[in-house]
Design a protein around this ligand. Structure first.
Ligand SMILES: C[S@@+](CC[C@H](N)C(=O)[O-])C[C@H]1O[C@@H](n2cnc3c(N)ncnc32)[C@H](O)[C@@H]1O
Length: 274
């Protein structure tokens, strides 16, 4: 193998060890694209020259791993999960939790749009309003840069135009610098974000009523997917609902979760622990 091929292989190995993301060999163009800014910042010409720094400097390694994650997301992404939340889960499933705040985990929350979309769905819901339900929504992601963005809750025009209805934009966001919008106090209350690695850290909350684990397991090997789902299973309330990304089917965890049709989509409920 050439020095460069070895360097790509080492970066892929680092990424898999740290995040579970498996990148295939033909993804070298993707590595070049994502690592370009870091090469300039560390004033080196290629990945092989950067690797010694990544091996000894934890911060540089974190930055590299951040740069390699795919953070694609949007408000109300795929629409259906939020329709099902509003029309089915709030009126039926959530009533089963007893007298405590609702607990929701946006796992792999990226820049926060998913968690804020859940919050807006709850804030707008007549049952939630009438009964004064409170909630705790926690977003976690392995990439600290996106967690910081989620905490700030500041989105540019293109981001708010992707999926966020105008009425919700004006109700829950305030105009901010340079044409951006910032999530207002009401929306931010009850939503928090922290760095969390699905393959190393425990879920941030237990007895969860709803877990959104969308568009992240697709990057993992089947062993790692299984490991993550075992940990999610342990953290869910018996009546809790797990939502995966459109088209993600966890056949490899059929003993842990029952596949259930709610409204227009398949969701997963934990089978009872023995
Ligand atoms: C494509 S985004 C999905 C965001 C959101 N769930 C959605 O569906 O819109 C995938 C996210 O998973 C995060 N991620 C990747 N590996 C992770 C890990 N091991 N632990 C936690 N988050 C991870 C990435 O940083 C990225 O923000």
């Amino acid at each position: 193998m050439t020095t460069n091929a070895l360097a790509y292989a080492e970066l892929r190995r680092m990424l898999e060890q740290r995040t579970a993301i498996v990148l295939s060999e033909e993804k070298e163009y993707f590595i070049d694209l994502r690592m370009g800014p870091l090469l300039s910042r560390y004033k080196v010409d290629n990945l092989a020259e950067l690797l010694p720094t990544l091996r000894k400097d934890r911060r540089a390694a974190d930055e590299a791993m951040d740069a390699m994650t795919i953070n694609e997301t949007s408000f109300f992404r795929d629409a259906k999960p939020f329709d099902v939340l509003r029309e089915v889960i709030v009126p039926t499933v959530f009533a089963l939790r007893g007298d405590r705040p609702l607990r929701v985990w946006s796992a792999a929350s990226s820049t926060g749009q998913e968690a804020y979309s859940v919050a807006m769905t709850l804030l707008e819901h007549p049952i939630v309003r009438r009964q004064g339900w409170t909630y705790e929504i926690v977003g976690t992601d392995v990439a600290s840069s996106v967690v910081e963005r989620a905490k700030a809750g500041i989105y540019n025009g293109a981001e708010v135009r992707r999926g966020l209805p105008g009425a919700l934009l004006t109700r829950y966001f305030e105009p901010h610098d340079g044409g951006t919008w910032r999530a207002g106090a009401q929306l931010r209350a009850g939503v928090r974000f922290q760095v969390g690695n699905l393959i190393q850290d425990r879920p941030p909350v237990t007895d969860l009523d709803l877990v959104l684990l969308r568009n992240v397991l697709i990057y993992f090997s089947e062993d790692m997917r299984r490991r993550v789902l075992e940990s999610v299973h342990r953290a869910m309330a018996p009546h809790g609902v797990l939502m995966l990304g459109a088209g993600e089917t966890p056949d490899y965890a059929a003993d842990l979760f029952e596949r259930i049709r709610l409204g227009d989509m398949w969701v997963y409920q934990p089978r009872s622990r023995r």
